[in-house]
Design a protein around this ligand. Sequence first.
Ligand SMILES: *Cc1c(COP(=O)(O)O)cnc(C)c1O
Length: 378
Amino acid sequence: MRALQMVDTKTQYGHIKEEVDQAVLEVMNSSAFINGPAVRDFATQLAEYLSVKHVIPCANGTDALQIALMALDLQPGDEVITPSFTYIATTEVIALLHLKPVFVEVDPRHFCMDPVALEKAITPKTKAIVPVHLYGQASPMQEILSIAARHGIAVVEDNAQAIGCDYTFSNGEKKKTGTMGAIGCTSFYPSKNLGAFGDGGALFTNDDLLAARIQMIANHGQSKRYYHDVVGCNSRLDSIQAAILSIKLRRLDQYNRSRKEVADFYDRAFADCTSLLTPLRSSFSTHVFHQYTLRVTDGSRDDLATFLASRHVPCMIYYPVPGHRQKMFDAFQTSATDLPVTDLLTEQVISLPIHTELDQEQLAFISNAVLDFFKRGA
Ligand SMILES: *Cc1c(COP(=O)(O)O)cnc(C)c1O
């Protein structure tokens, strides 16, 4: 059996090696390393795939979130509502821009923002809402968008974990995650569903004015060279990464299908295990399974992790410390925030290996190890 890994980008590369090597060589021979045609081509292809008007590539997902908030022209102290149960990048950029992160609960079934908690957290100072499509499934966007519209607040979607995911509105209309709010953000970190061979990110919007602002901010605040109208930053996707991403974008739906097949296998394997809650498939969203995250409801999550390590089965806790309990947010006294669902989830969740290269033998080995642990305990 091949060694088990949380992600296996090496085997995945093996399947597309010729195409990727050729594309990288082409960029090297052209020496158009920065803002070359490969970057423009990839942005156009991704915009088409997402059915969104503008895709603005940047250096990584964290930059995308930062640039999105900068483009909204917020004032120091303005409040930004976001889940505490997310990767730190989502919330870190809020504080970095001298805005105030306001943490709200997630729904314990789909792990994304709870719209009831969102509505309660809105104050006259709330200027943005950042839902996160966690683990590969959409936040309840219809509710979130309608609350935001009622209060005139912008929505920035953190789509780093859900590229390719489809959301269905109650009237049957479908949209890709990341294209529903004012701005969508994503990451091309190698382990993401659409991963580069290094860092990368992008912003999406249907708004022409916002697109122009985003472009300008990501490029030192200039729209004409050496004339800098606003304070910006330097955040670019390089041409080699863009060339590789174009090749992988053509396979994204297939990659997401492979992930779903892994999830289906695990779901079947754990269906009768009363100590485990398998991930919910929301009625309003497809699931692209960036992570396969179980809830261990009998208090044995950490023992399970230790047991799996002894069997050489990798697993991860995403995330062990929620945002509101991170030291970096002490200044906002966020540890006093009362988020019992989030706290419970950080004690219960465990993520198993999921990627495009897992075979039946590996899946059987992983799921048997999990089931053995609970048999042993019984
Ligand atoms: C990966 C990730 C990011 C940050 O992306 P980077 O490219 O690593 O900067 C932001 N938010 C979420 C939810 C992520 O998973």
